[in-house]
Design a protein around this ligand. Structure first.
Ligand code: AMP
Length: 499
């Protein structure tokens, strides 16, 4: 890596990293296998990976599809692609070969990198298939040089395609540019006050924007370090907390930590920041965590297509149940509100370029004045804090009235004996859709009494918002990012009102 005195033309993600990397010997990663990787090591590793890909014929603009377990090498593939001008296409490790075949067919990657045990199954999917195991072994890396001359790219060049989780229809590939990722990482470094002294517990998967970009790039561009874990384990994280300054997680991390008997105020007294996102953090979890630890979790809002859009303030009041205010340089508006709630739209340097080879879908999701229509419904309060009411497609229309699931969920969650709930609309002959609540009761509490609960809700909600049916379950179906899978609930209970 060149010394500080050298002059860099800052044109893309790697050049911004080099410019900000003032101490190449500083530690970037401490792994759960005991490995210690400095910034220089990480840069060299990305050079080796870039050389390995280049030897396989990967060129500027080519896609590199990756479905492998979490490892330092897998993380560094992003920087390798960025230096090579290639486009990283990370895939959830849970995807089946049929699903991977869809992504490969859609994105036409030059190379597919998979776990060694999947090689046989994937053999016909792509002309060049390389392997990478959890320890950096496999056919991808076998001794290429760390010296790599970066390919010239600009902030407008694509550097990653992240496929959306596709709960309605087929997944779409969101094309993100160097500029998208640089601007967002720098906005977060500033908003959350990251410095080289920061040590972040990284226990998120790296096939999703949260772990791959938000957590990693904020630290990378601030000069701090990661305590890099293959997966989240509450015992492990509790043991690590004394060495850390920050944690970024999904709400499930916080409910699991709260349930841990070793989580005390003393254990986290030195911590600087706990961040939550990717799914709504229950107000109750926010309050319970603050009561137990003295830390108000900072909740923020982002998505695959945009990275982070809004955040509760680092320095000011963090309001439970809200996702805070727009980040610097990002415009967020709520359009066509009815009773304050409307569609959330976002414009700024963070917003993705397009859906991969899908100009119709891209055009349909942007307004004439350049705002991306997020599909999330929400409202701003008088102080400018945004509250998300749910996905537009989850809105329930019952007897001609709009019901925002969140509004009903908040009331249900406030009842004694309830841990959490998910409100959905189910086909109903008379009403079109009927409001239904799926509820998780507190352990040890008496079983949920539907009649009592409905009576309690009738005193707090307009009649049309009160659930027609309450279903008790042991837990809500969630994906790896902690999002409740409402489409799954709708499929399970879809025929409830049909004879
Ligand atoms: P993904 O593209 O997988 O990151 O999912 C993005 C979606 O997650 C957003 O459009 C929101 O619906 C939801 N989301 C992300 N962060 C939050 C949050 N803090 N509160 C509520 N929903 C969130």
């Amino acid at each position: 890596m060149p010394g500080v005195e050298e002059y860099f033309v800052v044109t893309n993600f790697p050049s911004v990293l080099r410019e900000r990397m003032l101490s190449p010997d500083a530690i970037f990663i401490r792994g759960d296998d005991g490995c210690i990787i400095t910034y220089q090591d990480y840069w060299d590793l990305s050079g080796r990976l870039a050389n390995a890909l280049s030897e396989q014929g990967v060129k500027i603009g080519d896609r590199v599809a990756v479905q492998v377990g979490k490892s330092v090498e897998a993380l560094a593939l992003f920087l390798a692609c960025a230096r090579l001008g290639a486009i990283l296409l990370p895939l959830n490790t849970a995807y089946t070969s049929t699903e991977v075949a869809y992504f490969v067919d859609d994105a036409q990657p030059a190379v597919l990198i998979c776990e060694p045990e999947k090689l046989a199954v994937f053999s016909t999917l792509c002309r060049t298939i390389l392997t990478l195991d959890d320890n950096g072994g496999g056919t991808l890396l076998h001794g290429p040089s760390p010296l790599f001359e970066d390919v010239a790219t600009t902030m407008d060049d694509p550097v990653a395609i992240l496929y959306t989780s596709g709960t309605t229809g087929k997944s779409k590939g969101a094309v993100l540019t160097h500029g998208n990722l640089v601007s967002n990482a720098l906005a977060l470094v500033e908003a959350w006050d990251f410095t080289p002294r920061d040590v972040l517990i990284h226990a998120l998967p790296i096939y999703h924007t949260h772990g791959l970009f938000t957590a990693t790039n904020t630290v990378l561009l601030s000069g701090g370090s990661l305590l890099f874990r293959r997966k989240f384990d509450a015992d492990d994280v509790v043991d690590l907390l004394p060495q850390a300054t920050t944690l970024m997680g999904v709400p499930t991390f916080y409910t699991r930590l709260l349930a841990h008997d070793k989580l005390t105020r003393d254990l986290v007294r030195h911590m600087r920041l706990f961040v939550s996102g990717s799914a709504p953090l229950l107000i109750e979890t926010h309050r319970a965590f603050e009561e137990k630890t003295g830390h108000a979790i900072l909740e923020r809002y982002g998505m695959t297509e945009t990275s982070m859009n809004t955040s509760n303030p680092y320095g000011g009041e963090r309001r439970a149940g809200t996702v805070g205010k727009p980040l610097k340089g990002i415009d967020v508006r709520v359009t066509n509100p009815s009773y304050g709630i409307g569609m959330i739209e976002v414009r700024g340097p963070n917003v993705f370029q397009s859906y991969w080879r899908n100009p119709e879908k891209t055009a349909a999701e942007f307004t004439k004045d350049g705002y991306f229509i997020t599909g999330d419904l929400g409202s701003f309060d008088e102080q400018g804090y945004l509250t998300i009411s749910g996905r537009g497609k989850d809105l329930v229309i019952t007897g001609g009235f709009n019901v925002y699931p969140k509004e009903v969920e908040v009331e249900i969650d406030a009842l004694a004996d309830v841990v959490e709930s998910a409100v959905i609309g189910l086909p109903h002959g008379d009403l079109g859709e009927a409001v239904v609540a799926v509820v998780v009761g507190r352990k040890g509490a008496p079983e949920i009494d539907e009649k009592v609960m409905i009576a309690a809700l009738q005193t707090r909600l307009a009649k049309f918002k009160v659930p027609k049916k309450i279903i008790a379950v042991a837990e809500l179906p969630r994906n790896a990012m902690g999002k409740v899978q409402k489409n799954q609930l709708r499929a399970t209970y879809g025929r409830l009102f049909q004879s």
